[in-house]
Ligand binder design. Structure first.
Ligand code: ARG
Length: 261
C-alpha cells in the first residue's frame, strides 16, 4: 500500500516537473540573457545568427556560459534602459549587452569580471573637419546619444551639452542614420560600435582619449545571485586566458565588414 502511494507521488512530481519544463518555467533548463540587439559587434540581428536571429560577441560568450552550464541559451531583446529592471526582477537571468559596469548600476545589480574595455567616440560625417575633440561639441553642435547609454550621461553631465542640442534615440543603429542624413553633427557612442556603424554608413570616428575615460563591459546578474555569477566568471576566465574573447572581437569585426555592400 505504502509503496504504491509513494510511486504515485513520485510520478506526480515527475510529471509536474515535465509540465513546468514544457511551459518554460523549469528554471534550470534555460539561461535567459537580456540584451538590446542594436549594438554591433556585441549584439545584433541577422538572418542566420548564432542563437536564432541573434549574433555578436556577447551572444557567443553567453552561448559558451550556457554550454558550460549544460543548459540552453534563450535571448530576450528589449530597450537598453529596461535591462537593469529586467534582471533585478528576475525576468531574465543575466544581462549581456556591452554593458559598462558603473557605480550607479552596481546599486541595483551585481557585475561579473570585466570582459572588454571600451571608451566613447564621436561618429561624424566623413568630411567633417570642425569636430576634432569632445569640447568641439559645445560649439552649437547637434549631438545624438542613445537613451540610458553611458554616452548619454557623459554628454549630459560631463560635457554639459545644452539639452536642446541633444537628441536621444532608443537604438544605436538608428541614431547614426541622423549623422548620415545631416540632422545631427555627431553621435557619442561606444568605440567598437561606433567604428562598426561608421564603417557601415560611410561616416568617420573621432576619438578623444582625454575627454572619454575607459569603460569596462561586464555581465550583470540579480543582486546576490552568487551561484550564477561564479559560473559566468569561470567561463569568462577561461575565454580570456585562451584568447577566445580576443578572437571573437577580430572575428566579428571581419564578419561585419564583410556584410557591408
Ligand atoms: N556601454 C554602454 C553602456 O553601458 C552602451 C551599451 C549598449 N548596449 C546595447 N546592447 N545596446 O551604457
Amino acid at each position: 500500500m505504502k509503496k504504491g502511494l509513494l510511486k504515485i507521488a513520485a510520478l506526480t512530481a515527475a510529471s509536474v516537473m515535465a509540465a513546468m519544463a514544457l511551459a518554460g518555467c523549469g528554471g534550470s533548463d534555460k539561461l535567459t540573457m537580456g540584451t538590446n540587439a542594436a549594438f554591433p559587434p556585441f549584439e545584433y540581428t541577422t538572418s542566420a545568427g548564432l542563437v536564432g536571429e541573434f549574433d555578436g560577441i556577447d551572444v557567443a560568450i553567453a552561448k559558451q556560459i550556457a554550454d558550460d552550464m549544460g543548459t540552453e541559451l534563450e535571448i530576450a531583446d528589449m530597450d537598453f534602459d529596461g535591462l537593469i529592471a529586467a534582471v533585478s526582477t528576475g525576468k531574465v537571468d543575466m544581462v549581456a549587452a556591452g554593458m559598462t559596469a558603473t557605480d550607479e548600476r552596481r546599486k541595483s545589480v551585481d557585475f561579473s569580471d570585466t570582459y572588454y574595455v571600451a571608451s566613447q567616440v564621436m561618429v561624424v560625417a566623413a568630411d567633417n573637419t570642425d569636430i576634432t575633440k569632445a569640447e568641439d561639441l559645445k560649439n552649437d553642435k547637434k549631438v545624438g546619444v542613445v537613451l540610458g547609454y553611458t554616452g548619454d550621461g557623459i554628454v549630459t553631465e560631463d560635457l554639459e551639452i545644452a539639452e536642446d542640442k541633444i537628441t536621444r534615440a532608443n537604438r544605436g543603429i538608428d541614431i547614426v542614420q541622423d549623422v548620415k542624413n545631416g540632422k545631427l553633427d555627431a553621435v557619442v557612442i561606444d568605440s567598437a560600435t561606433g567604428i562598426a556603424l561608421a564603417e557601415k554608413n560611410g561616416l568617420k570616428v573621432v576619438e578623444d582619449a582625454e575627454a572619454f575615460e575607459t569603460e569596462e563591459y561586464a555581465i550583470a546578474v540579480k543582486k546576490g545571485n552568487k551561484e550564477l555569477l561564479e559560473k559566468i566568471n569561470a567561463t569568462l576566465a577561461e575565454m580570456k586566458s585562451s584568447g577566445a574573447i580576443e578572437n571573437l572581437a577580430v572575428e566579428y569585426d571581419e564578419k561585419l565588414a564583410a556584410s557591408n555592400e
